[in-house]
Design a protein around this ligand. Sequence first.
Ligand SMILES: Cc1cc2nc3c(=O)[nH]c(=O)nc-3n(C[C@H](O)[C@H](O)[C@H](O)COP(=O)(O)OP(=O)(O)OC[C@H]3O[C@@H](n4cnc5c(N)ncnc54)[C@H](O)[C@@H]3O)c2cc1C
Length: 503
Amino acid sequence: MTQTISRRHLLAAGAASAVAGAAGTASAAQGKPKFDKIVDIIVVGSGFAGLAAALEARLGGAEVMLLEKMPAFGGNSAINGGAFSVAGSPLQKKFGIKDSPEQMLADMIRSGRGLSHVDLLKMVVNGSLPAYEFTLRHGVKYKDFVQHFGGHSVPRTLQTVESTGGGITRPLTESCRKHGVDLHLRAKMEDFVRDESGRVIGLVVRERYLFPNEKSGVLQTYGARRGVIMATGGFSRNIWFRKQQDPNLDERLDSTNHPGATGEGMLKMFAIGGAPVQVDQIQLGPWSSPDERGFGLVSQFNTIAGFPMGIMVDVRTGKRFCNELADRKERTDAILGQMENGKPVYPVCFTDSKGVAKAQTLKNGLKYGVIKQFNTIAELARAYGIPVKGLEEQVARWNQMVRSKKDTDYHRALDLAIVLDKPPFYAARVWPKVHYCMGGVGITPRAEVYDVMGRVIPGLYACGEVTGGTHGASRLGGCAIADGLVMGRVAADNCLKNKPVTL
Ligand SMILES: Cc1cc2nc3c(=O)[nH]c(=O)nc-3n(C[C@H](O)[C@H](O)[C@H](O)COP(=O)(O)OP(=O)(O)OC[C@H]3O[C@@H](n4cnc5c(N)ncnc54)[C@H](O)[C@@H]3O)c2cc1C
């Protein structure tokens, strides 16, 4: 079927037509855009979601173009901690851990506090094991252990060998290249091109873009016969937009995200009618440190060692004040409550020499002074101005609870907890940072983008952090990798089913 594009509808596509016209890449006079290149599917974004979508679509026989605005592939996915929650993995079986998609679903629903879109969550939990197998087929390697992250009822979080998401994005990028995905770096999606039915048939793209110079590069128009998949990630670094959702998330709060997490892909979808879903649900990471920028070295130290193997205390008393393995929202709310006269009173999280056995960032954390080492609990207390007696009593009480296998204070799961009695002790200060956007554009379980009237926008798919609703009020750790990989593949599978438009 040949689609004709009228001048009126090119203009209705908003900035797309204006930009394209300005670049001379689409002929508004003829009422039909002149595409510089036409493929079956264009994927925007090169994180877990975009790479999985591009690879799945390519292996499904489509001609695929992948656009990434930054000078390197991977976005947040490449700098992430490489922790991937999978229900029923072979590693769980090896270590005798019983788990199922239903159990993971129950944990995620609980964490989402009634806001999760359960139809989307079901896609993620059911697809997590196939997504893990997909990564193995493309060369990803995992460590030989399973971690117990906060809010999960059992240990189910796998860890890439590299301890970063780059351990997944690098092999997937290589696979994309090997299988013939047309990969574009520094190519920023500027706007959609739509036909008169409203179907998305292409994109206006700024090639040779130099982030963050919005005038850099040259404009091109690319056609997509089957559709466009948006995998542009979250907006944690867009301070203006996150402040509109929650005025507390202002300039004073750092973010763990890469600089390009500015959310304009999502905003462009809103601009053509895409439905905003739970955009004010923004997650802060409870494990980061005020002593370094971004995710840094402490976040992983706390995730792998401090929280599961140690305790976190209020420096004014030396006492614990929350379940260190509660979900992120519960911990963040508790930590942000540590204020005095409007100023943060940074809590301290610590463990002992046994607890740090798997903490890969320990060495560099010590080198850069963001993690500190102490020979005694008293020495640790004095260094942070904690009452010595208070902290010693707390450690004794904790050790007693670990021995009796019951946390009577905060009901924490103690399966990984250890008695803290093997010096030296390792400690870091803690303060949350803006980490993850649970909200985004609305999608169906087929990853189709729907508009504010609840109608699917033809030819438009979205996956990963740019979408909203899956995780409700709080995402569980390791579940963004699952979400991105699963829904990227779902988007591709459904986009592949579209009858191609003749452009
Ligand atoms: C430091 C850190 C650690 C984390 N650790 C974990 C973890 O261990 N486990 C876990 O499950 N989750 C973790 N997360 C969350 C997880 O990494 C992200 O939610 C996930 O990477 C999002 O994947 P994505 O593919 O949706 O987006 P991203 O990986 O952010 O990729 C989106 C890409 O789109 C590009 N882009 C944006 N707009 C445009 C445009 N207009 N044109 C072209 N390209 C564009 C961006 O530059 C980016 O490269 C972590 C996050 C951070 C920041």
